[in-house]
Structures are given as C-alpha cells and as structure tokens.
Design a protein around this ligand. Sequence first.
Ligand code: ATP
Ligand code: MG
Length: 584
Amino acid sequence: MNDDKSTAPTNFIRNIIDKNLAANLYANKTWAGQPGPSKTHKNASIDAAKIRTRFPPEPNGYLHFGHAKSIILNFSLAQDYGGRCHLRFDDTNPEKENEEYVKSIIDGVHWLGYKFQDEYENNLYYASNYFDHMYDAAKVLINAGLGYVDKQTADEIRINRGTLTDPGKNSPYRDQSIDDNLQLFEEMKAGKYKDGEMVLRAKINMASPNINLRDPAIYRIRHVPHHNTGDKWCIYPMYTFAHPIEDALEKITHSICTLEFEDQRPFYEWVLKKLAEFEFFDKPLPKQHEFSRLNLSHVVLSKRKLIQLVEDNYVNGWDDPRMPTLVGAKRRGYHPKGFKLFMDRIGVSKSDSIIDYQTFEDAMRDVLNQECNRKIAVLNPIKLIIENFDENHTEICTVPNHPQKPEEGNREVKLTKELWIEAEDFEIIPPPKYFRLFPGNKVRLRYGFVVECTDYELDNEGHVTTVYCNYFPETKSGTEGSDSIKVKGNIHWLSTNFSKEITIRNYDRLFLSENPSELDNFLDDINQSSIETKSAYCEESISDVKTGEQFQFERHGYYIVDPESNSDEIIFNRTATLRDNWQK
Ligand code: ATP
Ligand code: MG
C-alpha cells in the first residue's frame, strides 16, 4: 500500500464511504486473496481492505488526463480509507486491444505514483480471465428464467425495443423454454452459429421506461480470437453485463464511473441482485457511483480522437508534448504531483463543466516552482559589452540553485566582459515604468554588478545587436557595497565565453476553440502554430544534463530535457511559462 496520504478535500463519494463504514456495511466482507464468485470467498477470512475500488481501462489506447482523474480518485480513496485499488484491464472486447497499450497503462499508473502490487496482494487483473465466470453467470440467469436466446435480426431487435415514448415489443423467442435456451446458448458457445445470428438477452421488461432495461443483450457471437484466450471463445459478454460481474468477482465495494453510465446503473444493480439471489455472489454487493468526467478547454479527451491525431500524423506520436496523454505529459514536463494538486483543486462532483486549461497549468506551476532548480538561459540574445571590464578577467558569481530552498546549495556562474542578455531587457526609448536597460539607465546584472548603459549598436534593419555599459566594481551582489547604488531593474545574463547553445521547443495549445469536441470536425480546429523551435543560450552547467531533468529558466518558465537530445544538441521542451500568457 502507498504510504503518503492524500490531502484531497472531501467530496460526495467520500461522504458515501464515510456513511457506509459508519454503518459497518463491510464488516463481514470476506476475501480469498483472488477474485471469484461466492464459493471462492465463502470460507475466506475477513477482508483486511476496508474498501475496494478499481480503475478499469480498456487497453485500446494510451491514458489521457481524464483517466488521470479516475486513477487519482480511485487510488487515493483506497489509500485514505485503508483499502485497495485494483488495476483491471477491461479486455472483454476481442477486437481492439493490444499489449503495447497494456504496458503503457501500467507505466502511467506507476508514473502517477500508485501501486497495485505489493507484498500483501497483487491487484492487477484482466477481465478476460473471468470469461468462465461470466458464462456461468449467464447460465444462472437462463436457469432462473431470466435469460433467453433471441434469433431476431439486429434490426428487428432495434425496432422492437421501442422509443422513449413507446414501449418495446416482446420478442417471439422470449418465452422459449429454459431447456431450449440452455441448448441454444451452448451451441452459440460451441461455434454452431454465425456472428449476429442470435444473441443472449436478459429477460427484464420490454415496457420499462429505462430503455436499458428492455431485455438488453448480454452475450453476442464474435468469431474473433482474443489476445488472452485465443480461440477458446466465439461468444463474448456485452460490456454492461461484464462490468458488474467483474466488480463483484473482485469484491469491489465502490465502483466509480463517469456520469454517462448513470442510465446503466439499474441494469448493473439488476444483474448483481439476481446473481446474489441465486447465490452466485454474496452481499454486500458493489455499488456504482457516478461523477462528472474531466473536460479541459482547448483539449480533446477521447481515445478515439486522440488515436486519429496520432494515426493521421497531426502530432508526432502518443508522447508528443502537445498531447493530453500521460506519456505526452511526462515528456512535456508536467509533474505527477501537479496532477494530484489539480484534481484536488477541481474536486469531484456530478456537475459537468469545462475546466480552464489555466487551472491545470497553474497547479503544474505551483508544483514545478517547488520541484525545479533554477538555471539561467537567454532566449532572445543580444550582446552586452562592459567597456570598463578587463578582457582577461573572469568574475565568479554565486547563484542559489533554488531561492526558496537553501538546502539545494549554490553554483558558480562566470561573468566576463562580453555577455548575452535578452533583447527585451533593452529599449532605445523606454516605455513608461520600464526599469531595465536604456541609454543612461542603471540596472543590476543579477548576482553580479550594477551597470550603466552608455551606448548601443544597430544592424542594417535597425535591430539592436549590442549594448555597451560600464560597471561599478564595488556593487557586487553579496558584498557590503552591493547596495551603494540603488537600481530598480534586475536582468539576467550569460557570459558569451561560458554559455552553451541549446534548442528550445515552445508549445502552444493544440486546438484553437475552447471546446473542439463540439465541432463538426475537430481536426479543422488544429492550431497550425502550436510548436515553435528556436535556439538559445544556457549556462554551461547544463552540459551534462540527462533526459527528463527539469529546471526553471529564471524569468522564463519551466523546461525539461527532451529524449531526442544528444551530445551535440540539448533540446529543452517548455513545460509552462512562469505566468499565464495565453491570449484569451
Ligand atoms: P474515452 O472516452 O477516452 O474513450 P473511456 O472511458 O472509453 O475513455 P476507458 O478505458 O473505458 O476509457 O476508461 C477507464 C476509466 O477512465 C473509466 O472508469 C472511465 O470512466 C475513466 N475516464 C475516462 N475518461 C475520463 C474523463 N474524461 N474523466 C474522468 N474519468 C474518465
Ligand atoms: Mg469506455
């Protein structure tokens, strides 16, 4: 179990759990150490886990920020209540799943800081290992007169289902005998019929106001091999039937899902209640609770759309730093702690909304400000020449690695006659309240000396190329005379002799409109200038950085070393600027 307690504020799901625990609802819950129907858990000891939650991804894509919300919610509940959270691959659909996705999902959960395997239990499960139990459960329903094999065509079934205003019509096969249904279901399993020739349906109520209860299909025929079970099955359970069974087999107490499953809750409860009546499962049964999914402005969070972005090469793969995937986030430099802080800030509720991307980035900034040591980089260099500085002299300046964390220590940065400074830090004619360099003005070279601007030089197009200054030797930062000359501006710099050229990649939002998912074609909304590459200078101490190292470039933002870096070229991805500077 993971030790660090979350600081998550309370929410309606926590309130439900508090109530359930106060009512001793799970006091007699047994657990055999592995999933199974009631007979598995019958003589087992009381479950040491106070609650069980699960994160149940379908392994048909990479995890995105929405999944992170579900992962953080489920795992932090288990942590905070002395429970367990299972990672369950919902791989009951034979067509779309693959191993690459399984691996990346496991990595993603680990990256966010959660464990599902330890010395006590291994809670990594595959729903496809439950096919035998699901088949047995279907037979329990058939034997109870609660399931029938329907030979109507898909069209007939659809038409006879009725509408929101009209009740459905009973299938002519609805009153087939139990024996006939058992035989047909076994023949379906044995491969006697073609895809779509018949389905197994639950027998509930064709006039139910909830269309999901009008005898929903629970098993269909698909002659497709499955990545785990191979050719063993040619019938597969429908998701809505499989899911409650998976939860009950794993003794999940709180099955938390997004709001679009609200209408399915009556069927979820029906399946479990019936199976408990026939002692296939025992009580307490899992309960489904819905919360609103995460939506972020200027972002699409749907696997189908993300797959399209990758497959049609709108981005450079799943881990493109512009992608709202966890692998993209990692490469972008977003921090796992930032995800948790963000989720705490937005909370868990039942109301649908689009969260401003700034709220997400602000959480990241707050975490990165703590986590990242500082470096100096000049992104739009012009030269500054200190005319009264000896050409052969190198002044060592002491620079703190993290201004709020003295324990991170200091490093040395060398100051020489010729420096790089930011083009923005000099103006020929200063606008009001401009305190940086302009002819006649004095500023502090951060961690160094006060300088006074004496002159400047332009290129043919009128751009400033070089600024000239004199320095005041007695004003060095950290010495007694440092404040003998008072200045209002403070600018950063790098020695042209002791700096290293780097490549910077700046990212902008991938979609222009706030809610691209709402558009007819979200691909038309792609921001054509969402990536900008430029070269810049950084202090020489970055020469030996490794992929994934992160820094704050002072006065600029947060940057991370990209895996495409090599010994000739260090590439930094900009994670976020220091402040929100998106145009609204
Ligand atoms: P998508 O809609 O992107 O295809 P999904 O729901 O189909 O996602 P699953 O693999 O089925 O993807 O999801 C695993 C879990 O993640 C589910 O419990 C689902 O509710 C949750 N989840 C998916 N998207 C979001 C989201 N945007 N916000 C919160 N939870 C989400
Ligand atoms: Mg889904």
